[in-house]
Design a protein around this ligand. Structure first.
Ligand code: PLP
Length: 401
């Protein structure tokens, strides 16, 4: 027989994938340009020319064995050093190649960290709204995901709720800032307060409580917003980074886990990260793209289109009567559904060919996620549909009034 758990996971696609597939089908029926797909976080900005150059140079300069061969399981040492040097320049840190473990993107980094840390009975805390795959990664490791509600107006950490949720079973807190799907960034004062709380509780329970910083959107922030570098505030932080969004390389599957030296028992944690990568069968991160990153560490795609899209979409939608939090980062707008059931709202939106993601799986019902990593043209063409949808609800409300 087969694993029922895996069967269920494989047979029930994520809601995002479900809509993404519907979009392709609908596009074939009425033409892709007539479907306004805001479902998936696939960057529409191309990777920078330097990435293409690095690929061409590598193909011209390096022999195939180096380029396409296995690397060390934890990643090519020169690549890891290049990443560490770049982080040190940007954040005034002192990382070395030995602090980094190359992975197949943030999803792999998260799964590796959770697996590396897990012991029977453990709980992992995160904040609502959260990336739905956390539940899959945590539960398939055997642990329990505890979703702590954030402040409903700001989506910032509600420390009273967090304090009540941390117990002796808490192994780690997963922090995703800038956040998918709200776009919220946790500022320095919140991070300091979080670090103090975790220190206190770790002391009380006599074991470390880790922070897992899920940071694929670190560089995607607007209007001079700063994203605190969490290892500088809390030593027991593992960073899960990915080049999927910052360099527009989601299909290439490249990222890393960072384990700082200051962490309690850092060599053991790093070894457990290596062990988890091994147990999960990752072998090593893709070699070609490790080498590309070695040459492009710290660079980013042209992110200006996201800011333009954010401003256009936020200003237009709020003008039409939608309510949503102003996102400081990432490329999502988290919009209040115009009826209590966000799934029903998304079905109604489909009538206008608007494909939005209901928020239930983000642990925060009653909203929809609008991914604005699309062309500005698509947003401009979709705005009348958003307006008609809002008007339909306003009309119905007037009738009821
Ligand atoms: N974490 C968050 C919050 C994400 O939004 C995503 C992807 O959208 C991931 C992790 C996984 O990213 P990757 O493509 O690097 O695996």
């Amino acid at each position: 027989m087969i694993s029922r758990e895996m069967f269920l996971l494989g047979s029930n696609r994520s809601v995002i994938r479900e809509i993404f597939e519907y979009s392709k089908k609908r596009g074939a029926e009425i033409g892709g340009e007539n479907v306004f797909d805001f479902s998936i976080g696939n960057p529409n900005v191309p990777a920078p020319e330097s990435v293409h150059e690095a690929i061409r140079e590598l193909l011209a300069e390096e022999d195939d064995l180096y380029l396409h061969g296995y690397t060390s399981a934890n990643g090519d040492p020169a690549v890891r050093k290049a990443i560490a040097d770049n982080l040190n320049e940007r954040y005034d840190t002192e990382f070395k190649a030995e602090n980094l473990y190359m992975t197949c993107g943030a999803a792999a980094s998260l799964k590796i960290c959770i697996t590396a840390l897990y012991e029977e009975g453990d709980e992992f805390i995160t904040f609502t709204p959260f990336f739905p795959e956390y539940k899959v990664f945590v539960e398939t490791a055997g642990a329990k995901l505890i979703a702590v509600e954030t402040d409903p107006d700001s989506f910032q950490i509600d420390f009273h709720k967090l304090e009540a949720s941390i117990t002796e079973h808490t192994k780690a807190i997963i922090v995703n800032s800038p956040n998918n799907p709200s776009g919220v960034v946790f500022q320095e004062d919140a991070i300091r307060r979080l670090a103090e709380l975790l220190d206190k509780r770790a002391h009380k329970y006599n074991h470390p409580i880790y922070l897992i910083a899920d940071e694929p959107y670190r560089e995607l922030v607007y209007d001079d917003i700063e994203v605190p570098y969490l290892t500088k505030y809390y030593k027991n932080t593992l960073v899960c980074y990915s080049y999927s969004k910052s360099l527009s390389l989601p299909g290439e599957r490249i990222g890393y886990v960072l384990v700082p030296d200051e962490m309690d028992e850092a060599p053991m944690v790093y070894a457990a990260v290596c062990g988890a990568g091994r147990a999960l069968g990752f072998v090593c991160a893709p070699s070609l793209f490790q080498h590309v990153i070695g040459r492009c560490a710290g660079q980013v795609s042209d992110l200006s289109v996201y800011k333009k899209n954010r401003d256009l979409l936020y200003n237009s939608l709020t003008e039409y009567g939608y309510s949503c939090i102003y996102p400081d980062g990432a490329f999502y707008l988290f919009v209040k559904s115009m009826e209590p059931d966000a799934n029903a709202f998304c079905e109604r939106a489909k009538k206008y060919e608007l494909l939005l993601v209901p928020s239930d799986d983000f642990g925060c019902p009653g909203y929809v996620r609008v991914a604005y990593c699309v062309s500005t043209k698509q947003i401009e063409r979709a705005l009348p549909a958003f307006q008609l949808l809002a008007q339909e609800y306003q009309k119905n409300r007037n009738v009821l009034d």
